[in-house]
Design a protein around this ligand. Sequence first.
Ligand code: DLZ
Length: 170
Amino acid sequence: MATEGHDLSAYDAESLTGCSSFRIGLAVAEWNAEITHALRDGALAVLEKAGVTDVKVHDVPGSFELPLASQWLLRHAGCDAVIAIGSVIRGETAHFDFVCQSAAQGVLRAGLDSDRPVVFCVLTDDNIEQSRARSGGKHGNKGVEAAVAALQMALMRQRLASGSNWGIGL
Ligand code: DLZ
């Protein structure tokens, strides 16, 4: 799953046509705020470019809290999709593994249980240099990639729900 050679910020803006009416939630972990704020800003730039104006941004203490916050944004704030933003940096204890596992499993579950896209925008790096490289540095910004994924999935759900003839026909 290397991001070497993969620009996290490359996307086709035309694929996001028709997203302007969506309400999008962002849950942003305060741990490693230098990184999570850069990811958040990357995501917000994509949403703005796609014409999305209804955006709910909420801070949470750490990545462990992202699943529940995502579920609340879907269930209580009526969001069409949520971007769960965090940054976990490996330390000397097993905390890294517990926080990463819980965030990943919980974000997946929040989406499946709510039948809405919840995008995993959590960097899990060995050191802050790796995180910087993926939050606006030489590998681009994973916040951009996450916002594109959230909008594409919300569009897919909307099109399938409306029964429109869309997708690859067989
Ligand atoms: C406790 C903790 C540690 C050690 N490291 C991180 C981290 O690198 N990134 C992150 O987002 N959160 C970290 N946390 C905090 C937990 O996510 C959580 O907020 C607390 O354990 C409280 O539930």
